[in-house]
Design a binder for this molecule. Structure first.
Ligand SMILES: Cc1cc2nc3c(=O)[nH]c(=O)nc-3n(C[C@H](O)[C@H](O)[C@H](O)COP(=O)(O)O)c2cc1C
Length: 137
């Protein structure tokens, strides 16, 4: 099986109701069935998500997620074959908020705590998410 990693970010759609707990439970239930893993960061405004798994499964879930009206302005940053998973532990880990320690981590890699589509670099984003993941485990 080829292993693929997909990274995107998006913005919460303020016109839609969002229950993050319900969302993450759906992610975990569906992803576990398809051997998908990853991490979802939500800071109250932006989502950053990494999905890892078989190419067909990653592609299919991304297309489903992209149609979800709970978020908008979806920017696909990377979709590439990889040798191993960076986030093998959770069917979908949830990291919420950008205060305190998380903000410190974020500012290690980015000059401001605004996620700017023009300036964000995918490798830095993955570094941040790996540090967030280390906080979770
Ligand atoms: C930011 C965001 C991330 C999501 N990530 C996933 C995911 O990793 N896996 C998943 O199955 N659904 C994810 N969803 C939900 C899907 O868009 C869709 O609602 C869900 O897969 C439908 O599942 P259901 O048919 O079991 O209700 C995400 C939605 C949003 C807004």
């Amino acid at each position: 099986m080829n292993l693929t990693r997909l990274v995107y970010y998006s913005q919460r759609n303020p016109s839609e109701t969002l229950n993050v707990q319900d969302l993450i439970e759906t992610c975990q239930r569906n992803n576990a069935r398809q051997n998908l893993t990853g991490i979802l960061h939500y800071n109250g405004d932006h989502f950053l998500q990494v999905l890892e798994g078989g190419r067909a499964e990653v592609s299919a879930i991304y297309h489903r997620i992209a149609r979800d009206t709970r978020h908008v302005n979806i920017i696909l940053m990377e979709c590439t074959d990889v040798r191993e998973r960076m986030f093998p532990v959770w069917s979908m880990g949830l990291h919420e908020g950008l205060e305190g320690r998380s903000r410190e981590i974020f500012l290690r890699y980015f000059a401001t705590d605004e996620v700017n589509p023009e300036t964000v670099n995918v490798d830095s984003l993955l570094d941040v998410l790996q540090d967030f993941a280390a906080e979770l485990s």
